[in-house]
Design a binder for this molecule. Structure first.
Ligand SMILES: [Zn+2]
Length: 191
């Protein structure tokens, strides 16, 4: 599964923020995360950038050579190329890195505040789901244990698959009161 998480880090500039984020994610990778990148599916989340509206992200479709037709040599065949839906161009598998996937927290604070759920609220939600699962009293009720596990993660404030916004300085799921020199980075990870 893919998961988008915003990491918060206190650094002097974007380059240092990027390095800190990369080090943090590389250290976490050993456990549950098998793959990660800056941006990814969440590219542009912090500054409302839409890669699919940016022409510079596109490459010429290799199947139709940019013609958009299913058979470029047959002029009577007007069927559209199935690889690019007739556009003649495609977004590549790996997009060009978007600078503002790491930006000053003060410049994207509303986005960060609006992203995801607090760990306290998540914990309550999983507790409710656990109780509901138990009420069903199925012979093999493993769902309640599943939700109890998620409740555990939220209560211990552990970084991982439940994380939405995480401060890697203070190791908490909370936006700091003083956001001076803080950077936000949007990460796509797979687990
Ligand atoms: Zn094509």
């Amino acid at each position: 599964m893919h998961k988008g998480v915003i990491l918060l880090v206190k650094e002097k500039n974007r380059e240092d923020a990027k390095t800190s984020i990369q080090e943090f994610m590389s250290n976490k990778q050993e456990n549950t995360i098998d793959w990660w990148e800056i941006g990814g599916r969440w590219m542009g989340l912090l500054d409302d950038y839409k890669p699919y509206k940016d022409d510079s992200q596109f490459i010429t479709c290799s199947l139709c050579n940019g013609t958009g037709l299913s058979n470029e040599n047959d002029k009577k065949n007007t069927n559209l190329c199935t690889n690019c839906n007739g556009l003649g161009k495609k977004l590549p598998y790996t997009l060009t890195e978007h600078k503002n996937d790491i930006m000053l927290l003060k410049d994207c604070i509303e986005k960060v505040k609006g992203y995801g759920m607090s760990m306290e609220d998540k914990a309550e939600l999983y507790w409710e789901k656990m109780l509901n699962a138990k009420k069903r009293r199925d012979k093999k009720d493993t769902l309640s244990a599943y939700y109890a596990g998620k409740y555990n993660i939220c209560r211990y404030d552990t970084f991982g698959t439940e994380s939405d916004v995480y401060d890697i300085e203070k190791t908490v799921h909370k936006i700091p009161d003083d956001i001076t020199d803080y950077w936000a980075g949007i990460i796509d990870f797979h687990f």
